[in-house]
Design a protein around this ligand. Structure first.
Ligand code: GDP
Ligand code: MN
Length: 356
């Protein structure tokens, strides 16, 4: 599960890392308890918001309301904006990159660093220096912090590193990324942006904690480059749906078993998660109602679609218990459906071929 920036920063703050003073803004009427100038940042589960117009600096109260309104009104990078993070504006000297993750090839918890922060690491070109990688065998000690100090030309990194490591271990994270780690003009350090990904398999150890993008364990992201997403009721049918997409020559993006299919909140989250996947252009919905009632699924789909206005096209097959009522509801809502899974998959894959 990816945390939104404000959630990630709350965690970092709780572990003693330096985070800008900030406040969540859910409407343009929210009264700010921050001195101007203020930075407004859309809270979506994607990076690259700056370039996409999702980060605005407001100089005073008069600019604040219209800017907040504008940012909350339209989708950024295909994601609905439900809230903003307002933060004190920073006096930025340098922007660095610092992260802890598990290195896939070595299987080791690894510290990653780069002198050029602020941009997506994925976009580092061959002309740039590679990321500095330091495998960790425990909380980073003096040797690691000295190596990093030399690399960044910065003093006093030891405490920050041990806090960062603590977040990674205690929260069962897969990634804790500070980008940019800002060196302020007065020399202080500040985590200006943060990306935290938690291990869903360990969520039972963190009961009672709620995150916006949290999703049932029935949702599994299969491929970041997948073009066709899917949802089905029952694990077997969900697997068969993924297979059918693959067999038709497209890359399946995810696996999602909606279970009984009446959990609107869960479905909304699944749709939001799908909408945030960069390559997805179609969603196959495969419902074969037994205990699951098609009319309830139809209502959930209609509700979920209302909440997520900017979804990729749906290709729905809805048969079984109460199918007549379910199909009538979809029709009334102007949502197309198809008689078989094969039709859905074919149409979905064809639409992607046309688009590319
Ligand atoms: P991202 O574009 O989604 O990765 O969002 P970031 O929080 O990383 O912000 C993008 C860029 O905005 C940063 O790299 C900074 O260069 C710039 N920026 C300018 N002023 C500020 C500020 O006061 N706070 C933050 N967080 N970023 C700022
Ligand atoms: Mn960033």
């Amino acid at each position: 599960m990816k945390l939104l920036e404000y959630e990630a920063k709350e965690l970092l703050r709780a572990y003693g890392l330096p985070v800008p003073r900030g406040q969540q803004v859910e409407s343009a009427n929210t009264v700010l308890n921050l001195p101007f100038p203020v930075v407004l940042k859309v809270q979506i589960p994607k990076g690259g918001r700056g370039k996409a117009g999702g980060i605005k600096i407001v100089a005073n109260q008069a600019e604040y309301e219209p800017t907040a309104k504008e940012l909350l009104a339209k989708p950024i990078l295909g994601c609905d904006v439900r809230s903003l993070l307002a933060e004190e504006k920073l006096e930025i000297g340098r922007e660095l990159y610092l992260a802890i993750t598990i290195d896939r090839t070595t299987g080791l918890i690894t510290l990653l660093a780069h002198k050029r922060g602020g941009m997506e690491v994925e976009s580092l070109s061959n002309d740039d220096d590679p990321l500095l990688r330091i495998p960790l065998s425990g909380s980073p000690g003096g040797a690691v912090s000295k190596q990093l100090s030399r690399y960044f030309d910065l003093q006093k990194l030891q405490v920050m590193l041990s806090h960062l490591y603590e977040v990674f271990i205690k929260e069962d994270a897969l990634l804790v990324e500070i980008n940019p780690l800002v060196v302020l003009t007065d020399g202080g350090l500040m985590c200006a942006d943060a990306k935290i990904e938690l291990d869903d398999a360990a969520s039972f150890r963190h009961a009672g904690r709620e995150y916006e993008m949290a999703i049932s364990s029935q949702f599994i992201e299969l491929s970041a480059t997948g073009t066709v997403a899917s949802m089905a009721n029952g694990a077997g049918l969900a697997m068969a749906t993924v297979d059918a997409i693959k067999a038709a020559g497209a890359e399946p993006a995810n696996f999602y078993d909606v279970g009984g299919g009446t959990d609107v909140e869960g479905m909304v989250r699944a749709f939001q998660k799908i909408a945030a996947m960069p390559e997805v252009a179609a969603i196959v919905v495969n419902i074969f109602g037994g205990i699951t009632r098609c009319d309830e699924v139809a209502r959930a789909i209609i509700e979920a679609q209302k909440v997520c206005k900017y979804l990729p096209q749906l290709y729905i097959r809805l048969t079984g218990t109460n199918e007549t009522e379910g199909q009538r509801l979809l029709e009334a809502a102007g949502i197309t459906f198809y008689p078989t899974l094969a039709d859905c998959v074919q149409q979905a894959v064809a639409s992607i071929r046309k688009a590319s």
